[in-house]
Design a protein around this ligand. Structure first.
Ligand code: 4AD
Ligand code: MG
Length: 462
């Protein structure tokens, strides 16, 4: 007999048919005559109830069916006599694939803290919460590809190992095959990379943008969707050392086109979740964050505010608030400032544009005022910055002089500069932090809990 997934069984139940299901025991209860097993196979948050007459089964087998054990069950799908489910399986045979020692299985019935679940990240996908988060994460990945494919964007695979620093912030993990106990040095004392694997210093990418720009200047509209790495020592609920980023890059887009795309894109993704992940969202709305569905619907239904950095600073300065971090024109905005704008002042997502050149990356298009750039950050309630992007500096001289001002090694970026010599074009793009999106869509509060195996300072287990 072919196995049926529980999601399929429950969505169009054909009572009277014989079925085979396979999954893990969530709970077992009953008495000496009958045993009720709640079985989950991950296809849906719902369990199927398996009813086993004790007299029809070996006593030892029934004893071994404990929380966490893995079973294959055949039986007839019947209308349920009890409450809480419409159908159940009257078990005819049960095969025990894997026992689960009741004394040592870490996932007991009681609710566990998120901190504890992080320590057992190899098992937490078996909880309702993480099952829901991971299914939503999958749906969002799929929706991202669908959105761009439907719009004629091409998925460009940018390298994970690079020789440059795309953000110019120096937060990179080195990639080397050198013997760290015996690193060769040149005569001047610097590390000699000539015999290293690539013959030069390399690192894990912080962003696929620079290569993405090369793609856009040939294919028109592209996007990347891959892992990115930042060796910033930020121990916050919003930062990972390894996170996934979606980076569309579009030829012939100015900053307004870029903002329009960003707003349309995130609204599409949230709408997609509301339409396709309803069961999991209902669960999270009940158990994790009672305001979740309301917030998702609100964001989809309302226009984002669009103001300049300068206007935002004026609002913050005039707010009468006491800030932990000082705010004034030229300072980078901190989470407290971003959240004030979004959660208290405007009470909706905000796109800030035209930041001071000095606090943004070298590649952003310079405004005529000589002090601001065509940057945009999209700020979300509960999250802060969810998207960062800009129009790109397409002028060779301006780009080169900015690179020199910032003392960024030209030799690492010669190929990037070349594109401004051969058919340069106005273009724009942005990066959406995938885990920050998932935080928003699930209502979870820590970024470590929306990625299967988080990497953060001092933590690379599993
Ligand atoms: O603002 P960022 O650093 O921009 C870039 O990397 C550009 N190259 C994007 C582009 O224009 N193509 O990062 C973009 C987004 C942020 O808005 C945030 O959502 C997320 O990536 N992000 C992080 N997410 C988790 N952990 C971190 N350490 C993150 N750093 C950035
Ligand atoms: Mg940013």
């Amino acid at each position: 007999m072919k196995r049926t997934k529980i999601k399929e069984l429950l969505s169009s139940p054909k009572t009277g048919e014989d079925v085979l299901v396979k999954g893990w025991v969530r709970t077992k209860r009953g008495n000496k005559n009958v045993v009720f097993i709640a079985l989950n196979d991950g296809s849906t948050i719902s369990n199927i109830q398996v009813v086993a007459e004790a007299s029809s089964f070996n006593e030892d087998l029934l004893k071994d069916i404990t929380t966490g054990a893995c079973l294959a069950v055949t039986g007839k799908l019947v209308e349920s006599q009890g409450q809480g489910q419409n159908v159940e399986i009257a078990a005819a045979s049960i095969e025990l694939y894997g026992k689960s020692d009741a004394e040592t299985y870490p996932l007991q019935k009681k609710g566990h803290s998120m901190e504890f679940l992080r320590e057992i990240a190899y098992l937490r996908p078996r909880t309702n919460t993480f099952g829901a988060v991971l299914r939503i994460r999958h749906s969002m990945s799929f929706a991202i590809h669908k959105y761009f494919n439907d719009k004629g964007f091409f998925y460009l695979h940018t390298p994970i190992i690079t020789g440059s620093d795309a953000e110019g912030a120096g937060e990179m993990f080195h990639v080397t095959t050198m013997d760290l106990a015996n690193v060769p040095h040149s005569n001047d004392g610097s590390v000699d990379f000539s015999n290293d694997f690539f013959g030069k210093p390399t690192n894990l990418t912080v962003s696929g943008q620079l290569e993405g720009e090369l793609g856009a200047l040939a294919l028109g509209d592209i996007y990347t969707f891959g892992p990115t790495f930042r060796a910033e020592n930020s121990n916050t609920p919003r930062h990972l050392a390894e996170f996934w980023m979606i980076e569309p890059e579009m030829a012939f887009y100015d900053l307004t086109d870029n903002m329009d795309l960003a707003e349309d894109f995130v609204k599409y993704l949230i709408r997609y979740a509301l339409e396709n992940c309803r069961e999991d969202l209902d669960f999270l709305n009940n158990m994790i964050d009672k305001g979740l569905l309301e917030r998702l619907n609100f964001v989809v239904a309302n226009e984002f505010v669009r103001i300049t950095y300068t206007e935002a600073v004026n609002i913050l300065v005039n707010s009468g608030k006491k800030w932990e971090y000082k705010v004034g024109w030229g300072t980078d905005l901190q989470a407290e400032h971003e959240r004030y704008l979004v959660e208290e002042h405007f009470k909706r997502p905000v796109i800030l544009t035209d930041y001071p050149m000095s606090i943004k990356a070298f590649y952003m298009k310079q405004n005529d005022d000589g002090k601001t750039v065509r940057a945009m950050d999209v700020l979300f309630p509960g999250i802060g910055e969810i998207i960062g992007g800009s129009q790109r500096e397409e002028n060779y001289e301006k780009l080169l002089s900015r690179i020199r001002e910032l003392k960024i090694p030209e030799k690492d970026l010669w190929w990037y500069l070349e594109t401004r010599k051969f058919g340069t074009a106005p273009h724009s793009g942005f990066g959406l932090g995938f885990e920050r999106l998932i935080l928003f869509v699930t209502g979870m509060s820590n970024i470590r809990d929306v990625i299967p195996f988080p990497r953060t300072p001092k933590n690379a287990e599993f």
